[in-house]
Write a protein that binds this ligand. Sequence first.
Ligand code: SME
Length: 150
Amino acid sequence: MLASLKPKVTTILSNNAESVENRLAALCNLLRDTIDYYDWVGFYFKNGDKKELKLGPYAGEPTDHTIIPFGKGICGQVAVSNENFVVPDVAAQDNYIACSITVKAEIVVPLFKNGENIGQIDIDSNTPDPFTEEDERFLEFVNQEVSQIL
Ligand code: SME
């Protein structure tokens, strides 16, 4: 049950002794280590005034895609749509940026601060079609908690 992770998420994020960067990295590690179908977990944030996303803390393999223009890939589309994007099969997407050939599915959930879409959490899975509404609700919770420390 993803919901059972909520107290751990809150504990990590409320640790004021650590920088925001370190707390977000610890959160990414928690999710990747605990949820077997989460193989890459990371945050992208709006890069200043530019219409692009910049990679923030993450857990998993390094990616070349540290900057993603708005509208490009799943992440760039969410920056514009303000809506969750669940991709059961990445091979079926035209506007998709591949980070690793092992990835089969992806979920991106926007992160709002004072009603503004300022970034997103991005999960890649090596398992086909693993994400359900439970993931969406859980990741919305995670982003709400993150928003409070930004
Ligand atoms: N697949 C994403 C790019 C980011 S990587 O998954 C880390 C996309 O299509 O936007």
